[in-house]
Every structure is written in structure tokens, then in C-alpha cells.
Design a protein around this ligand. Sequence first.
Ligand code: SF4
Ligand code: SF4
Length: 333
Amino acid sequence: MGNAVSLPYKDRFFELRFESIGGLGAHVGGQLLAKAAVLRMGLNGAHFSSYGSEKKGSPVKSFIRLGPPGKLIRTSAPVETPDVVVVFHRALLADPATTAGLRAGGTLIFTGPPDEVPDGLARLPRTAKIIRIDAQRIAAEENSRPNAVLIGTLAQAVPFFDGDILLHALNDQFSHKHPDVAAGNAAAFCRGMAEFELLPGAGQADGDVPVIRSDPLWGYETAPPGGIILNAGSTAWNDLSTSRTGWLPVLDADKCIHCGMCDMVCPDLCLVWHAEDNQPVPAATKLVGVDYRYCKGCLRCIETCPTSAMTREPETPGLAAQLNKPLFPQLVS
Ligand code: SF4
Ligand code: SF4
């Protein structure tokens, strides 16, 4: 390793925070970035993530702290005032905590389709660099993950990151376990470097974004009596839409033979069956589609379908709402 790269600050660490949802690769992306900084860029680095149950759909935060070689990193506190925030799913921007603490001269990278400017951007500093990249679409097209695309964008957005170094780190991370995905990851990374858009004028505020420290919802003074769970994760109100990573299962009714194989493998029972008029149930029930509210996009139904009636389609904005067949029509407002 030659000389270490130069960080922009001498008196403090350079800090990044990845805001994500389980299944989009934020934890692995943060690990990869910190490893590349330590092993290939001569820096000191630390990385850790915070998440709840380890499954698709849970909120994930991943923290990376970088320092020059002579400055030891002795803190493992969450990054509260990041230089860079990377948002892996655009739905997260609705929550002010996602961009909380971003420094006035910092950088926000978020995934979102072209032309869509989420409301939450106005509360960002006017001096911040705001970048949009359609990471989910690119990842889906390249058979990769959003983390590969977003690390490519980071390589362009942060001056001391080197694209070649990060691409090598990405290849090394996956080449042993998943050599089949290396080409897709490299393509996704390169598109992340090339296809992002700067959004000048999107931030409207002055100074750093205020830090938000959220208190636990329930403490000893506020917990409901008897250990009652007021918001169970398994109710009919649960919504798994944000777990999907760019793909939707779509039913072609003309090809469906109503065999039920897809329903047997669907882990969330989100396929919708209707009885034909004047026919006894269940003998003549037919598959009519998917309730996308409960579909986490695992695509097992597609792998199982014997007639290719269920196919994988890119999830464009509004497509799920357009094709949705509600399991519980009484819940639809
Ligand atoms: S992708 Fe298919 S199997 Fe997976 S949750 Fe959605 S409908 Fe069910
Ligand atoms: S597995 Fe395919 S053919 Fe069978 S019910 Fe499901 S979509 Fe229809």
C-alpha cells in the first residue's frame, strides 16, 4: 500500500450513513466501503450496522467512519452528523430522521426514478450536493443489487474515493461466494458512476440539518400494561411493499391454469383467488392476481409456475397500485 489518500478534514472523521431496508445490501455495502478504505486506501476505518430482526423489510442503518492513518477511531457511536447520507429506498425520505444531521456541505445520494423529486428534499441545506440515481431499476436490469449501483455513485460523488479501487473491492467481496454475479455487479457499479443526476436547488434550508435522537417508543413509564403488543407485525395492516427490490410478480391470466403451485410456495399468502360466479367454492376458484401490499418480491411464485403465467417485471412507479387485487377489499380506503 502506498501513501494514504487525503481526507478533507484534519480535525474530525469523515462519516457516512447508509439508510436502508433489509434486503437492499446496505450492511454489505458499508462493510465493503470500510474494508476498501482500510486495506486499499491506507485509512483508518470503522463500520457497523444497526437493524432489528434480520430479514427483508426491516429498517437498517449502516455507519462508516474514516480517519487518517495516525488517528485511531475509538468510538462506535452511531453517525449523527454525516458528511454523506445514502438512501437505499426512496420511501425512507418521508421520515425526517433519514436525513437528520446531514452537514451543510454534505452529500445526499438517494435512489429514485428520473423526474421524481421527493417532498423531504426541501428541508436539506441549499449548500448540500443532492444526487438521484435509479439504483433499483439499474440493479434489476443488471441482475445485481442496489448497493453495487450506489457504491458506484459514491465513487463519483466523494472526491477521495477512487472508482477503480472500489470496483476491485466490489469484485473481491463477491467473486469467491458468487462468481456468477461479478459481471452484473461491475455493470451496475459503472452505471452508478455514470447515470446519476445532480439536483441543484432541491435543498432549501440553511446550515446543517438538525440532529434527531428518537426516544424509544415505549419505556417503563409508557409501556402498555400486561405486555400487550399494540402494533403487531402480522396484522392485516402490515405492508411489505418496501421489501421488494425492483421486481414484481405479474400474472398473465391467459396462461394461468389455476394449479395453485404459486400459492403453495408464497411465504406471505398474497395471491388472490375468486370463486367463479354460480360455481361451488373451492372447486372453481381461480387465481386473479396478487395483493402487492403483502408481496415482498421474493419471486418464488415465478420459479414455481409451470406455465410461465407468473413473470418478473420491473416495478415502475404506480405499477403495483395499477395491478393490485386486494385480499381484503374492506381495508382499501
Ligand atoms: S413474489 Fe410471489 S411468492 Fe413472493 S411474496 Fe410475492 S406473490 Fe408471494
Ligand atoms: S403456478 Fe402459475 S399456472 Fe399455477 S396458479 Fe400460479 S400462476 Fe397460475
